[in-house]
Design a protein around this ligand. Structure first.
Ligand code: ASP
Ligand code: MG
Length: 467
């Protein structure tokens, strides 16, 4: 059987220190030695993208002196990594030159921001792309030091995007062509391309970024373009956990998860991949495995391709805090069409995003949740738009409950197993926890319920016992 074709991606902590980079290189070298056709994608060293954007902001604000210091700190951090990782003097010099060039670019760009007093999204992408454009040399160099043939590749030459700077969308067809042309030949020659995550470029060659955390997206885009068999995302945890370990003592790492379950968990705040970023891969049926760079022997969590279902058990419980429950109440709402549409229209115009909705069939109240910091404006907009109905008492009141928490139980089991909802509410009832509102989507992959902040941790722990 031919060895699996892999795209593996290392996140910021996985390349955050010289020791971590050496470890990442060792993982890639071992896979290469076992004969896997391999493409590596890397993030910037942990914290570097933030530091670059911080420098840009400081420049816009006219702080010239701290700017030099910031640039020197970044330069020193990358140079120290090169010194620690690259025993060959020639190799080291090449990488040090590349680092110096990037830091000089940073200073030039920031000087321009300081003069102008502003930075366009396009210019900010030029700045934030610099982190990956340095780390890629360190990781490729470290990989070569293990005796593995490897070359650094700037994804601006491969990932073609639109010009929505700071959150560019990939052109998957053109990217597929470029990836096959530029990376395919290297992989066929058993050379490992080490590609910058996070960045791309427009058809005119202007650098773009795919949005913060975008190197996962890069890995999925390249995995799809190259028809990889699997994509491995290396991070600093063992995989997707059943709950937040700060809240629940006995959390477990999941072996497998369907795409839909992962989306629900990610949406409701678990620390996993963003659904949008993995879609290009899962749509083509390419599974994604999340693995720990620092515990490479652990198999991690496998996120299955889009159409596959995982086994029917509950997978996780999450909590989203600092929500406001907004309720619109009134007996005059019964059978009146358009109230919901107007309510959500009013909220949408304030820019608030609604995270959960529930309406009973009596139609005498609608309730939904918005982040607490948008609730005051949302309610003001509602009172304004329903002025007439409020005056006629068709709507009696519009009120909010702050510090609400949405607790969500996720798992395909909810669809497959009768009685799950009963067990969920039974467990909460036994624990004396008051449930304020409930929603279950017709995808039946999750049940969400709203509790008061003081009950939230207890509710999560209690529900976790069902998993
Ligand atoms: N370096 C980028 C960021 O910090 C992309 C990534 O790490 O995924 O957002
Ligand atoms: Mg990241």
């Amino acid at each position: 059987m031919p060895a699996t074709r892999l795209v593996i991606k290392f996140g910021g902590t996985s390349v955050g220190t010289p020791a971590a980079i050496a470890q990442a290189a060792e993982i890639a070298a071992a896979l290469h030695r076992s004969g896997h056709p391999l493409v590596v994608v890397t993030s910037a060293m942990g914290g570097v993208t933030d530091a670059l954007l911080g420098a840009a902001r400081a420049a816009v604000d006219g702080e010239r002196l701290p700017l030099r210091e910031r640039a020197d700190t970044l330069r020193a951090r990358h140079r120290a990594a090169a010194e620690a990782l690259l025993p060959s003097a020639d190799e080291r010099q090449l990488v040090l030159d590349a680092i110096d060039q990037r830091i000089d670019e940073l200073l030039l760009l920031c000087d321009a921001f300081a003069v102008l007093g502003e930075a366009s999204p396009r210019a900010l992408d030029a700045v934030s792309s610099l982190g990956e454009r340095m780390s890629v040399h360190l990781l490729a160099g470290a990989l070569r030091s293990t005796g593995t043939p490897a070359v650094p590749i700037d994804a601006a030459e491969i990932v073609r995007t639109d010009d929505a700077f700071q959150s560019a969308a990939p052109d998957l067809i053109e990217t597929r062509r470029l990836a096959r042309e530029l990376l395919g030949a290297l992989v066929d020659d058993a050379i490992v391309p080490v590609v910058t995550g996070f960045i791309g470029s427009t058809a005119d060659g202007i650098v773009t970024t795919l949005g913060r955390g975008g190197s996962d997206y890069s890995a999925a885009i390249l995995g799809a373009a190259l028809d990889a068999d699997e994509i491995w995302i290396y991070t600093d945890v063992d995989g997707v956990m059943t709950a937040d370990p700060r809240v629940v003592g006995d959390v477990r790492t999941l072996d497998t998860l369907s795409f839909r379950e992962m989306s629900e968990l990610a949406y409701f705040g678990a620390k996993v991949l963003h659904p949008k970023t993995v879609l290009p891969a899962l749509e083509r049926g390419i599974p994604i495995r999340i693995r720990n760079t620092f515990r490479p022997e652990h198999a991690g969590t496998l996120v299955l391709g889009r159409s596959e279902e995982s086994s029917g058990v509950l997978k996780g419980v999450t909590a989203v805090r600092h929500q406001s429950l907004v309720t619109i109440e009134g007996r005059g709402m019964l059978g009146v069409p358009g109230i919901a549409a107007r309510a959500f229209g009013a909220v949408a115009r304030t820019g608030a995003s609604v995270s959960m909705i529930s309406q009973a069939s009596s139609e005498q109240s609608i309730c939904f949740l918005v982040p607490q910091d948008s609730s005051a404006v949302a309610v003001e907009a509602l009172r304004h738009d329903f002025e007439h109905e409020l005056a006629r008492r068709d709507i009696e009141s519009i009120w909010t409950l702050d510090e609400a928490v949405i607790v969500t139980v996720v798992g395909a089991a909810i669809k497959q197993t009768p009685g799950i909802a009963g067990r969920i509410f039974g467990a909460l009832g036994d624990a004396g926890i008051n449930v304020i509102a409930i929603a279950m989507g017709s995808s039946e992959c999750s049940i969400s319920l709203v509790v008061e902040a003081r009950d939230a941790e207890h509710a999560v722990r209690c529900l976790h016992q069902l998993i």
